[in-house]
Design a binder for this molecule. Structure first.
Ligand code: A3P
Length: 348
């Protein structure tokens, strides 16, 4: 089967599918690889792929693009706050980030578990009904919200450039966030155990193997990064490293201020920096605990291991990965990243 992007779909089957379904209890509806690239998704991706590829970006859009666990939530909160709430007085900031920063392909991720629509997700459904009065939830709630959100949108995606509209970068601004793979693996393991849509039941060893085999949700991190890195000189693309954002936060916000043309004062930037630091965001995460997050998470795991904002540190992998895991990921870096010239600052 050929997609609008020219990719073809390979369905997982046989022993491979059985193994995945055993390790990821959330994969209940099959999985696909999108070729070339080996992008890995639940089968529901196929239904939405054309919509994603043809999604119309606007000049006023800012798209926060990352592979999972590279700091999307943090960066999208910085970007949204810089654009909409630099004096921290906008009541809309209280709305769940899911409704302020539409996550373009979230319907794909939720489809196998049928979350939402459900009566529990009142906030999301209210936003959907308001923005898309004639919309059909079956055609993707998040997708239609993303489409219908008025200017100026701040959008989130984990999709790579090759699965999105070819004119994305000539139309809208993109903030791409990268993070060192060791911390990404540890963060993604937590996430994959926390979320019902993945519900990883395997071991750390197995998870690292899935990562180096490019078999985790969304597929190869290195190729995602490569596609962005190759475009790094485009004036509409701004690269952020999680590690820089952590170490030189205000300096990174100044760069974003220039890129986004937000013209914030130094005082406003300092306010944004404080408002979006880990501890402040963690407090808000706990207070907001909205319906969608509740329906997404395994509550036992959430209570014993914490939520989406886990540690927010650079180098935490050293507490979790052994020498053999490090060697596997080093080898992965050697094979895939050395020749494209990306290195992760302050990460070792
Ligand atoms: P950890 O699991 O290492 O703590 P994403 O938003 O792409 O899913 O990335 C999640 C990672 O970003 C998590 O990493 C999370 O804690 C971290 N993060 C979120 N907000 C942050 C903040 N304000 N400062 C630092 N890290 C943050």
């Amino acid at each position: 089967m050929e997609l609008a992007s020219g990719h073809t779909v390979e369905e997982l089957e046989g022993e491979e599918l059985k193994r995945m379904e055993r390790d990821f209890l959330g994969y209940t509806d099959g999985a696909v690889r999108i070729m070339p690239g080996r992008w890995f998704f639940p089968s529901a991706f196929v239904k939405f792929a054309e919509n994603y590829y043809k999604f119309k970006f606007r000049e006023s859009d800012v798209v926060v693009m990352t592979w999972p666990k590279c700091g999307t939530t943090w960066t999208q909160e910085i970007v949204w706050t810089m654009r909409n709430n630099p004096d921290l007085d906008n009541p809309e900031a209280k709305i769940s980030t899911f409704n302020r920063v539409p996550f373009i392909e979230m319907d794909t991720i939720l489809a196998s578990k049928n979350i939402p629509p459900s009566e529990d997700d009142a906030g999301l459904m209210a936003a959907f009904e308001k923005l898309c009065p004639d919309g059909d939830p079956k055609e993707g709630i998040f997708f239609q919200i993303a489409q219908a959100t008025p200017d100026s949108r701040t959008l989130k995606t984990h999709l790579p450039f090759s699965l999105l509209h070819p004119e994305l970068l000539d139309t809208a601004k993109v903030v791409y966030v990268a993070r060192n793979p060791m911390d990404v693996v540890v963060s993604f393991l937590h996430h994959s155990r926390l979320l019902k849509v993945t519900d990883f039941a395997g071991t750390l060893d197995q998870f690292v193997q899935y990562f180096v085999d490019d078999d985790l949700l969304y597929g190869p991190y290195w190729l995602h990064l490569k596609e962005a890195w190759e475009r790094r000189d485009h004036p509409n693309l701004h690269f952020v490293f999680f590690e820089e954002l952590k170490k030189n936060n205000l300096a990174e916000l100044r760069k974003l201020n220039k890129f986004l043309e937000t013209n914030l004062t130094e005082e406003q930037l300092q306010k944004v920096a404080r408002y979006t630091n880990f501890s402040e965001m963690k407090v808000r995460e706990d207070q907001q605990a909205d319906d969608l997050r509740n329906s997404l998470a395994n509550q036992d795991y959430l209570n014993s291991h914490g939520g989406f904002l886990r540690k927010g540190e650079v180098g935490d992998w050293k507490q979790h990965l052994g020498l053999e895991h490090k060697a596997m990921i080093d080898h992965w870096i050697e094979r895939h990243l050395k020749d494209i010239g990306v290195s992760f600052p302050h990460s070792s």
